[in-house]
Ligand binder design. Structure first.
Ligand code: R1P
Ligand code: URA
Length: 291
């Protein structure tokens, strides 16, 4: 069995993976990821018991119990580059023997659920509502660094996306990945469902103009107008596609749920985004504790 070298998988003196500073026994099989490190405590305050807390860079994690369900909540910070670190290190904790540095013969599958915020791209998806991402459509490029191939229907959807949005190849070679059927079936009532576009930034890459001109000024209109059969784009943010893509390649169950804090069509911003996020956290934990 091939040994993974010290330079490729960094393990610290505590025997923990480098960026997350977590050891295998400190991680639960169901994981909630949040962008904001401050949101970790907002989730774990609902736990019945917290057994481990860790804090390294933007990666804060709390592991504990909600009833009989063992859960970890971890912050990823903002963006797909951090998702590359978080997904690879979470997977290493369960699928690589950190002592022998070899891949374990049996795959362990994690449930990974993002509870984040997002901007809506449809007029009928109001601020403070919730969106479950049926697919992540990435214009963030992360998955292009891995061997990954969409199925025929996904390839057709992407081709149509490039044609309809007129997305220049210098901006991105888009990719798409579906959510976990195993998880999404629990999140149906009171959630909008649709394709989420993941962007590599908040301003230019999401069509926001402050002082700089945009290379693709019609991006928002084109995303809003995109259709492919029954599919439409509901929202955009900065992590979903890379979680879905890497999660699928690594064999995990992934779902992304967002509180809509901005509506980019109606040009509205939530009056109390914090309250919407708190409500989404409660709904998500209620669902997890009863599935
Ligand atoms: C941008 O403000 C951040 O908010 C969204 C985006 O994906 C990005 O990370 O999610 P979080 O609120 O979970 O961070
Ligand atoms: N997060 C984003 O990435 N975009 C928004 O518009 C709101 C939250």
């Amino acid at each position: 069995m091939q040994r993974i070298q010290e330079s490729e998988l960094i393990i610290n003196k505590r025997g923990a993976v480098y960026h997350l500073d977590l050891r295998p026994e400190e991680l639960a099989p169901t994981i909630i990821t949040v962008g904001d490190p401050g949101r970790v405590a907002a989730v774990s305050k609902h736990f019945d018991r917290i057994e481990h807390k860790c804090n390294h860079r933007e990666f804060i994690s709390h592991t504990g119990y909600l009833g009989k369900t063992r859960l970890t909540v971890i912050s990823t910070g903002i963006g797909p580059d951090n998702i590359d670190i978080v997904l690879n290190e979470l997977d290493a904790l369960v699928n690589i023997d950190l002592e022998t540095r070899t891949i374990k013969p049996q795959l362990t599958q994690l449930n990974i659920i993002r509870v984040g915020t997002s901007g809506a791209l449809q007029a009928d998806i109001p601020t403070d509502s919730f969106v479950v991402s049926t697919h992540g459509l990435g214009i963030d490029n992360l998955l292009n660094f891995y061997r990954y191939e969409e199925n025929e229907e996904e390839k057709a959807l992407l081709q149509s996306f490039v044609t309809q949005t007129q997305l220049n190849h210098r901006i991105s070679q888009p990719y798409i990945c579906g959510s976990s059927a195993h998880l999404i079936k629990h999140f149906v009532n009171n959630f909008h469902h649709g394709i989420t576009v993941t962007c590599p930034g908040f301003y230019g890459p999401q069509g926001r103009i402050l002082r700089l001109g945009l290379s693709h000024p019609h991006l928002i209109d084109r995303l809003t107008q995109f259709t492919f059969g029954p599919h439409r784009i509901t929202n955009f943010e900065m992590e979903t596609s890379s979680i879905y893509g890497l999660g699928k390649l690594l064999g995990h169950h992934c779902l992304s749920i967002s509180a809509i804090v901005a509506n980019r069509v109606n040009r509205q911003f939530s009056r109390d985004g914090q309250a919407a996020v708190e409500q989404l956290i409660k709904k998500t934990l209620d669902t997890i504790s009863t599935w």
